[in-house]
Design a protein. Structure first.
Length: 197
């Protein structure tokens, strides 16, 4: 049986590998198959930790793994070592009292939290307070929204910013990307698929 996990490097401004985002794939194509997010995240966790081995996938770095609302409220991330994962809260997760309470427990236990595909909304404030990383999707989010969010959040010393799916050589990015601590490498040239038979 073949097992697949997509691995996207996340680089520091100095172009050193900070970690890897791990994503579900069911074959050698660079596309997300028709599967719900909870199943996809569960398969990434199972394949990464138990089938392939996290040390083989990310070496001594951290794995950024997407977690759905259901997985967060069940505190599934706490089943895995905090030294190995960054909890990515997906953009469609509603910041309910249950989600916020679960994230507080995980953050106070030392887990790093990243807010994925971030677009500012006041209701996200409790999650922003706990977050270590804010990820901006440069393909989906208008540049002025990213710039405004960076300005509004720059006073939070505990936050690092990540630019993902960045398109190179856009003049607007010259004053935005340098303010981001890390940058996800371009998708097409960074994808590494790991398969085991």
């Amino acid at each position: 049986m073949d097992i697949f996990v997509a691995r996207q490097p996340i680089l520091s401004r100095g172009k050193k590998t900070y970690g890897y985002e791990l994503l579900f794939r069911d074959g050698l194509t660079n596309s997300f198959p028709e599967i719900d997010g909870e199943t996809a995240s569960s398969k990434v966790l199972t394949n990464s930790f138990f089938s392939i081995g996290m040390d083989q996938l990310v070496l001594e770095k951290k794995a950024f793994i997407n977690f759905t609302q259901g997985l967060l409220t069940k505190k599934i991330p706490m089943m895995f070592p905090k030294e190995k994962i960054v909890i990515e809260i997906l953009e469609d997760v509603e910041p309910t009292e249950e989600v916020i309470a679960a994230c507080r427990v995980m953050a106070s236990s030392g887990y790093e939290i990243a807010l994925d595909d971030f677009v500012y909304d006041k209701k996200l404030e409790p999650l922003i307070e706990m977050a270590n990383l804010i990820k901006f999707d440069f393909r989906l989010t208008p540049r002025d929204q990213i710039k405004n969010a960076l300005g509004d959040l720059s006073g939070n010393r505990h936050l690092k910013f990540l630019a993902e799916k960045k398109v190179n050589n856009l003049s607007l990015e010259k004053d935005i990307v340098p303010r981001c601590y890390m940058e996800a490498v371009g998708w097409a040239d960074a994808l590494a698929l790991t398969a085991m038979s």
